[in-house]
Unconditional design. Structure first.
Lengths: 542, 359
C-alpha cells in the first residue's frame, strides 16, 4: 500500500486540533498503533501482490484480457457513485433538516435497500420485469412496453444505485445532525431559497461525508460480482472469478489491477477531501427544521420513488416467490430462526470490533494527521475494494501457514477479522465524522473544567460522537448481515447465516426459500437498524 | 483438526481394511448395495465417529441424504458448503500448508475434481466403491467416482418455438434461425465441461469453429443454468443450453412456467452426461468412513434420492431415473474424457473467451 500519497499536510501556520498539548510519546504511540492497524488491513492486498508475483503472471495475458473489463468496471463505478451521491445527499437533507412528513419512518425505510445482497436485488428486478412481475404490470398499466431484457450497463447502474445510495445517506445524515444549521438559517434570512442555502452553505460542510460515502459506493461497485453477473455486465470481477481455478495467475493479476486502481482512487479521494479538521466552533443540535411547504409533496413522492425502486420492487418479487412455497408448506419461517440469530450475532460483533479498531486511526487522521495514519486509513478503505472471496482466501492462507495462527482457521474469530478488514472502511468514514463533530473549543474548555480524560471522554466526546459512531457501526452491521463469499469460505463448519441460506437456495433455483429467507433478512436488518442505530442517533450532549 | 503424520502413514493400511471388509461383493455391487450395510455392522476401523465433507453440491440437494447416512451409521457428517471451485482452492491451500481438514470432496463440476486430481490432492478410492458405477462415469486411476449425472439439453419455450423446429444437433444452433435467441452460460462450469467434451470428440478445430459461429449468432450470456431456464420461461430467449434437471427444478417451484427440455441426438456432442463427482482427500486418516459415505451415496437410498428428489440420473448400475426423465443409455451418450479435464479446462476457457462468448 506504499503507493498511497499522504494527504495534503495542514498549513503550517494553522495549528490543528490540540497539537501543542500532546507530548512526543503520544505522537509515537499513535503512529505505532496506526501503522499496526493499517498493516493488518493491508494483509489481503499484500497477499494478492505476493501471489501474483509468485505465480509468474503473464503480462501479455493480462494486457490482453484485463483492459476491456476494467474499463467497463470504471464506467459503472463512476456512474453509480455519482448518482448515489446525489440521491443520498438529497434524501439525507430531506429527512434530517426539513419538516418532511413522516421523516422518522423515512429515516428507517430509506436505509433498508442497503440490506439486500445485490444478487438478490438484481434477480428480484429481473423477476419484476418478467410477465406477471410488479414492474411489468406497472409499466403495462401506464401503457409502456416493458423491455424484453434487463441487462447491461444501464440495468447494472440502476440496480446498484438503488441498493448503494444509503452508503452516502447514512454518513451525510449523521453529519447533518451535528453540523450547524445557523449558517443555513442566516443564508435563508438573507434571501436564499432553501435549496440555494443547502447547496451553497451546507453542502460544502458536508463534502467530506459525501465524498467518503461516494467512495464506499465506488469501491463497492469495483468489487461487486453477483449482481453484475446476473445483469450480464462483464466487469473485472468476472475475470477474477471465472479464472480463479483454471488460470490462477490471470485471476490474481486481475485482482492486483483492481487493487492498484482502488489505491489510486482512495488516495485521490483523500486529497480531494482535504485535511480533515474538527469543527472550529461549538455545534450541537440542529435548529428549526426547514419548512418545506408545498415542496413536501414532490419531496414525499421522491422518497416514495426511491423506496419503490430499492425496496418495494424487490420485496414484491421476493414475496411472490415466498408465497408459492408457503402455500404448499415447502418452506416455513421457523427454518430461518437459527440463521437469523447467528447472523445478527456476528454482524453486531463485527460492527463493534470494526468501530473500536478504526477509532484510533480516525482520531489521528482528524486531530493530528501524519503519514502513518493516512497510509493506515488508505489500507482500511482499500479493504472494501477487494472482493470478499479474495480476502477470505488471503486470511485462510495466512492462518494455515502461520504456526501461531493455525488454531484460528475456521473459527468465528477469523471470520470476524475478515468482516472487519472487508468492511472497516465503512466504519472509518463515519468515525472520522464522529471525531470531527467534537469541536476543538469545547474540548479545550472542558479540559479546564475536568482533569479526568476518561470522564471527559464519556461526558463530552462520546455523546457528540455517538451519531457518527452508530452510523459507522450500523453500516458494518448491515454489510456483514448480507456478506457471502467470506462467510462461505471461512465460517466454522455448520455455521450458516441468512446470506448463506439465500445463496444455497438461489443457486439451484429454490426461489421460494430464497424469497422467504431474503424477507427475513430485510426484517431483521430493519429491526436491528432501528433498535441499535436510529433510535440512538440523536445527539444527546448537554 | 490438523492431523499428524503417523496417522497419514496408517491411511494406506486402513484402506486395505475397508477393501477386505467389502471386497466380497465387489462383483455384483449394484444388486446388493452392500458396502454400506456391511460397514454399518462394524464400527469404522479408524475409530472415526465423524466425517468432514466439503460439498460443492448444494445443501438443498444433498443434506437429506447425509442425514440418512448419519442415521444409518451413527457417523456424524460435518459439511462445509460452497462453490466447487472455491472449495477446491481451499482444499489445495490446506494441503499446501500440510493440513487435512476435509475427508471427502463432492464436486458439482468435474472441472474442480480434475483440478485437485492434477495437483495430487486426491486419494485412491477402494475398488468396491469404484465398481458400484459403470466405467464410463469414474476415474481410470480410481481417484473419483460419479454419483449423479446431468444431461446437457436445450431448454425451449414452446410459446416462441415449435418442437419440430428444434435441431437434432447442438451444431444446428449456429443457424441464422437462432440469431439472438440462444441463452448460454459461458463462465459456468457445465458449459465449459460441455466444450471440453466437444474438444475430445470433435477436435479443437471444429470446436473452435462452433464456438465462433455460436458467438457470431448473437447469443445472450447468463451466469448459470437456472438463470437461463428462468429467461427461457419468461420468453427473454427462445432456447438455452443447460443441464436437464434445472427445468424440472423450476417446474417444482412454479408449475405454470411453459419451458420444456429438448434432447439432442444421443451421440451428439450437445447431449453429453456431466457427472457430479465424489473423492477422498489425500492424507485423510478417515479414508474408511469417507469411502463408506461415498458408497452410501451410490447405494439404493442415495441413488433413489438423486433420481426422485433432484431429478438427476442415478449412476450406480441398474438404477433408473425418475418417471418424467427420459432414460438414457450411458454407453450411447458422449462422455467426457474426465482425465483430460483438469489440464484441459484452462485452454477450454481461453477458447471460449477467444471466440468472444464471454463478456
Amino acid at each position: 500500500m506504499a503507493l498511497i500519497l499522504p494527504p495534503l499536510a495542514p498549513a503550517a501556520d494553522e495549528p490543528v486540533g490540540d497539537a501543542p498539548r500532546v507530548d512526543r510519546r503520544v505522537y509515537l504511540a499513535e503512529r505505532v498503533v496506526g501503522a499496526a492497524i493499517g498493516a493488518v488491513f493491508a494483509l489481503p492486498a499484500g497477499f494478492v501482490l505476493w501471489r501474483t508475483f509468485r505465480l509468474h503472471a503473464s503480462l501479455s495475458d493480462a494486457l490482453d484480457q484485463i483492459p476491456a473489463p476494467l474499463w467497463r468496471t470504471v464506467q459503472l463505478a463512476v456512474l453509480v457513485s455519482v448518482s448515489a451521491a446525489v440521491i443520498g445527499t438529497a434524501l439525507a437533507w430531506l429527512t434530517v433538516r426539513t419538516d418532511l412528513p413522516m421523516r422518522r419512518v423515512w429515516r428507517v425505510v430509506l436505509v433498508l435497500p442497503l440490506v439486500l445482497p445485490s444478487f438478490v436485488g438484481a434477480a428480484a428486478f429481473i423477476t419484476g420485469l418478467a410477465p406477471g412481475g410488479i414492474i411489468h404490470d406497472a409499466l403495462g398499466a401506464v401503457g409502456v412496453a416493458p423491455p424484453r431484457r434487463f441487462r447491461g450497463l444501464g440495468a447494472s447502474w440502476l440496480v446498484l444505485t438503488a441498493f448503494t445510495y444509503p452508503y452516502v445517506l447514512l454518513p451525510v445524515s449523521a453529519r447533518l445532525v451535528t453540523v450547524r444549521s445557523s449558517m443555513e438559517e442566516s443564508a435563508r434570512l438573507l434571501g436564499m431559497t432553501a435549496t440555494q442555502a443547502f447547496l451553497r452553505v451546507t453542502v460544502p460542510q458536508l463534502r467530506p461525508a459525501i465524498l467518503g460515502g461516494s467512495l464506499l459506493v465506488f469501491l463497492y461497485t469495483l468489487s461487486e460480482f453477483g449482481a453484475v453477473q446476473l445483469l450480464g455486465y462483464d466487469t473485472l470481477t468476472r475475470v477474477i472469478y471465472a479464472t480463479r481455478q483454471v488460470d490462477r495467475s490471470l485471476s490474481f493479476s486481475a485482482a492486483s489491477v483492481l487493487l492498484v486502481f482502488a489505491v489510486v482512487v482512495v488516495a485521490f479521494e483523500r486529497r480531494m477531501r482535504g485535511p480533515a479538521r474538527p469543527d472550529p466552533g461549538a455545534a450541537r443540535r440542529s435548529g428549526t427544521p426547514v419548512a418545506l411547504g408545498w415542496v413536501a409533496i414532490p419531496a414525499t413522492l421522491a422518497c416514495l420513488a426511491v423506496a419503490a425502486v430499492g425496496l418495494l420492487v424487490p420485496i414484491a418479487s421476493l414475496a411472490t416467490w415466498a408465497r408459492r412455497g408457503l402455500a404448499d408448506g415447502r418452506v416455513g419461517l421457523g427454518d430461518y430462526l437459527d440463521p437469523a440469530i447467528s447472523t445478527a450475532g456476528v454482524a453486531i460483533m463485527a460492527a463493534v470490533v470494526a468501530v473500536v479498531v478504526v477509532a484510533p486511526i480516525a482520531v489521528t487522521t482528524t486531530r493530528r494527521p501524519n503519514v502513518a495514519s493516512s497510509v493506515a486509513a488508505g489500507a482500511v478503505v482499500g479493504g472494501f475494494a477487494i472482493p470478499g472471496l479474495v480476502i477470505a482466501l488471503a486470511l485462510a492462507v495466512l492462518a494455515l501457514n502461520t504456526p501461531t495462527l493455525g488454531s484460528l482457521y475456521q473459527t468465528m474469530a477469523l471470520l470476524i477479522i475478515a468482516y472487519v478488514i472487508h468492511f472497516g472502511s465503512q466504519a472509518l468514514a463515519s468515525t472520522e465524522q464522529a471525531v470531527r463533530a467534537v469541536p476543538t473549543k469545547l474540548r479545550e474548555s472542558s479540559r479546564l473544567l475536568d482533569d479526568s480524560s476518561i470522564r471527559r471522554f464519556f461526558r463530552i466526546d462520546l455523546p457528540l460522537m455517538r451519531p457518527g459512531l452508530l452510523a459507522g457501526g450500523g453500516l458494518v452491521m448491515l454489510a456483514t448481515l448480507k456478506e457471502l463469499p467470506a462467510t462461505l469460505l471461512l465460517a466454522p463448519i455448520g455455521f450458516s447465516t441468512l446470506a448463506t441460506e439465500i445463496w444455497a437456495s438461489f443457486e439451484e433455483g429454490f426461489y421460494a426459500a430464497t424469497g422467504l429467507a431474503s424477507l427475513v433478512l430485510i426484517a431483521l436488518s430493519a429491526l436491528l437498524t432501528w433498535l441499535l442505530v436510529l433510535r440512538h442517533s440523536e445527539v444527546t450532549g448537554r | 483438526m490438523s492431523r499428524t503424520l503417523p496417522a497419514r502413514a496408517a491411511c494406506a493400511g486402513l484402506l486395505a481394511l475397508v477393501l477386505a471388509a467389502c471386497g466380497s461383493d465387489g462383483d455384483e455391487p449394484a444388486a446388493t448395495g452392500d458396502p454400506v450395510t456391511a460397514a454399518t455392522a462394524e464400527p469404522a476401523a479408524s475409530g472415526a465417529t465423524s466425517v468432514t465433507i466439503y460439498s460443492g453440491r448444494n445443501e438443498e440437494l444433498i443434506q437429506p441424504i447425509l442425514d440418512s447416512f448419519s442415521e444409518a451409521t451413527g457417523i456424524e457428517v460435518r459439511a462445509k458448503y460452497g462453490d466447487s471451485a472455491d472449495l477446491a482452492l481451499l482444499i489445495d491451500e490446506e494441503a499446501a500448508a500440510g493440513r487435512v481438514e476435509a475427508d471427502v470432496f463432492l464436486s458439482q463440476s468435474p472441472g474442480s475434481i480434475g483440478f485437485l486430481d492434477d495437483l495430487g490432492r486426491l486419494a485412491p478410492l477402494p475398488a468396491d466403491v469404484l465398481e458400484l458405477v459403470p466405467e464410463a462415469v469414474r476415474d481410470d486411476d480410481g481417484r473419483w467416482v460419479g454419483f449423479s449425472g446431468r444431461q446437457r439439453v436445450l431448454v425451449y419455450n414452446p410459446e416462441l418455438v415449435a418442437a419440430d423446429e428444434l435441431p437434432d444437433s447442438v451444431f444446428g444452433l449456429t443457424d441464422e434461425r437462432w440469431r439472438g435467441q440462444i441463452g448460454v452460460a459461458p463462465s459456468n462450469g457445465s458449459f465449459q465441461d460441455f466444450v471440453t467434451s466437444m474438444r475430445a470428440t470433435e477436435g479443437d478445430d471444429d470446436t473452435k469453429r462452433f464456438l465462433e459461429a455460436l458467438a457470431a449468432n448473437d447469443p445472450v450470456s447468463y451466469p448459470k443454468n437456472s438463470a437461463i431456464v428462468a429467461a427461457v420461461a419468461r420468453g427473454e430467449v427462445a432456447v438455452g443450453l443447460v443441464n436437464h434437471y434445472y427445468n424440472y427444478r423450476a417446474l417444482e417451484e412454479d408449475p405454470s412456467i411453459p419451458s420444456l427440455n429438448h434432447q439432442f441426438a444421443p451421440d451428439d456432442p450437445g447431449s453429453i452426461l456431466i457427472v457430479t463427482g465424489a473423492a477422498i482427500v489425500e492424507g485423510t486418516d478417515r479414508a474408511d468412513v469417507a469411502a463408506q459415505l461415498i458408497a452410501f451415496l451410490l447405494g439404493p437410498e442415495g441413488q433413489q434420492y438423486f433420481a426422485t428428489e433432484t431429478f438427476e440420473y442415478p449412476l450406480a448400475a441398474g438404477r433408473q431415473p425418475a418417471p418424467q426423465i427420459p432414460p438414457i443409455d450411458f454407453a450411447d451418450v458422449g462422455g467426457i474424457d474426465f482425465d483430460q479435464l483438469g489440464g484441459g479446462l484452462g485452454s477450454t476457457r481461453e477458447m471460449i473467451a477467444d471466440a468472444g462468448l464471454e463478456g
